[in-house]
Design a binder for this molecule. Structure first.
Ligand code: SF4
Length: 220
């Protein structure tokens, strides 16, 4: 799966590099300089900065239909490689209090009347959805927790809470784009599951969230 994402990443960079390669060819009339341009872009891409991930994402997005992954190959690429980079770079070094656990509103059971968007602690932890267990996890680990109804509120939470790293839960579509929007704040993503369909009573594996937080906070 990871190798698939790496392949997609370099595919995006290769398609992108055709444009400068054509200019180089028209300027030099030497095909090998054009080929060197493609290779150079891919070598620079080994650093996997947010900028290169964003370039590859925007090139892959229009090709999503032929890449498989239920049309989310570009998002999966950002989630997998972006999360890897965050965990590799910051693993074991982030104080728990500087981590933001950012959750989507669709985790809340649809018929729950507790208003948790602006204060997650309005949840009474009845066990009807994963929000209560995630609050328990936040209490246990000391991370901050926030709930967003969309990208605008997610960015506002990040701006106001100023985390050093974010552990974000969302569907592939929101998570992939959201990780790019959060730059330069590093994000490790955990995909939710959607047994009742998109945006309704979604679920998340609490152990995966806990493990992601633990990889950021504890040296392994
Ligand atoms: S755990 Fe219960 S109270 Fe909390 S958000 Fe879910 S359904 Fe509502």
């Amino acid at each position: 799966m990871r190798s698939n994402n790496i392949f997609h990443y370099h595919l995006g960079l290769t398609v992108f590099s055709f444009f400068p390669a054509v200019i180089v060819f028209l300027t030099t009339h030497q095909w090998y300089w054009a080929a060197a341009t493609v290779v150079l872009v891919n070598i620079l891409g080994l650093f996997r900065t947010g900028m290169f991930l964003a370039i590859s994402f925007h090139v892959l997005k229009p090709m999503a239909g032929i890449l498989g992954g239920e049309g989310f190959a570009a998002e999966e690429m950002v989630i997998s490689l972006g999360s890897d980079k965050t965990l590799r770079k910051l693993g074991g070094s982030v104080p728990a209090g500087r981590i933001l656990l950012l959750l989507p509103h669709c985790l809340q059971r649809h018929d729950c009347d507790r208003r948790i968007t602006f204060n997650p602690y309005n949840c009474i932890r009845c066990g009807g959805c994963p929000v209560g267990s995630l609050l328990d996890l936040a209490d246990r680990t000391g991370v901050k927790i926030a709930i967003a109804t969309g990208g605008t509120l997610a960015r506002r939470h990040i701006r106001e809470l100023r985390p050093l790293a974010v552990v974000a839960v969302a569907c592939p579509r929101d998570l992939g784009q959201g990780m790019l929007d959060a730059r330069p704040v590093p994000v490790a993503g955990v995909e939710n599951t959607r047994p009742a369909g998109d945006c309704l009573d979604t679920q998340v594996d609490i152990l995966t969230v806990e493990e992601t937080i633990s990889r950021l906070t504890s040296a392994t």
